[in-house]
Design a protein around this ligand. Structure first.
Ligand SMILES: Nc1nc2c(ncn2[C@@H]2O[C@H](COP(=O)(O)OP(=O)(O)OP(=O)(O)O)[C@@H](O)[C@H]2O)c(=O)[nH]1
Ligand SMILES: [Mg+2]
Length: 218
């Protein structure tokens, strides 16, 4: 749902979804550090232990002469915050699902993805979804294929492998998220064609380490 603000700017909403501790807040912190253009401070409503209580919020303006901004939100991943997650998801123009590569998180990843699927039931096909398989630096990180299998994806989905703490893969992830969000919001017919092209090119969209060619040519 593209919102036109009082200053005439279009606002596009991107929500980072996923289980607690998967690295959603860390991702916005790192994106803010890496992004050299105009951006807001990172607004966070947290518990004393650093877990997100309600959301984090960051505004990014992708270029000087553009007439739109991205509003980036993270949801609180802890199970008891389900109601907040639903509120934050409302009106999202695209979603980045942040999965945790830690073996202990495999069940939480699946549970969180199921919940997302349930909340999005009506609009899942219209809103771009990108998966970030995070914490690839862990010595015991599960193979990406295993993490993805546990989500039981039903359609080809762009996947990026990331390390939020060091920034690996973050630029690529957000560049594609911004591109697909813009296409889907302003040029839905083009977006459909683009999806079809990507699917045709790659059959299934898997991360670089699972395919010979890079996932998406950036
Ligand atoms: N090794 C490693 N640690 C990470 C990575 N990303 C995040 N972390 C750490 O994991 C912990 C949890 O990260 P957060 O970003 O707070 O997790 P979250 O998904 O926002 O969690 P909730 O707010 O509870 O939903 C922090 O200590 C991060 O520094 C990563 O890629 N690699
Ligand atoms: Mg958080």
């Amino acid at each position: 749902m593209v919102v036109i603000a009082a200053d005439g700017k279009y606002r596009l909403k991107i929500v980072l979804y996923g289980p607690s501790l998967s690295g959603k807040t860390e991702m916005l912190k790192t994106l803010r550090k890496m992004f050299i253009g105009v951006r807001s401070k990172l607004y966070s409503i947290q518990e004393t232990n650093g877990r997100t209580l309600f959301f984090d919020y960051l505004v990014i303006r992708p270029g000087n002469n553009v007439n739109f901004v991205f509003d980036l939100y993270t949801v609180p991943g802890q199970r008891r915050h389900a109601r907040q997650r639903r509120v934050i998801l409302n009106g999202a123009d695209s979603i980045i699902f942040v999965a945790d590569s830690a073996p202990i998180a495999i069940y939480e990843n699946a549970k969180s993805f199921d919940e997302l699927r349930f909340y999005l039931s009506g609009i899942l096909d219209k809103v771009p979804l990108i998966i970030a398989v995070n914490k690839r630096d862990l010595p015991d990180a599960l193979p990406i294929r295993l993490v993805l299998n546990s989500l039981k994806l039903t359609k080809p989905t762009p996947v990026f492998s990331t390390v939020a703490t060091t920034g690996k893969g973050i630029k690529e992830l957000f560049r594609e998220a911004f591109r697909l969000t813009m296409l889907a919001s302003f040029f839905p017919t083009l977006y459909k064609k683009e999806l079809a092209r990507i699917i045709e090119m790659h059959k299934y969209l898997l991360p670089e380490e699972l395919t010979r060619e890079p996932l998406i040519k950036l």
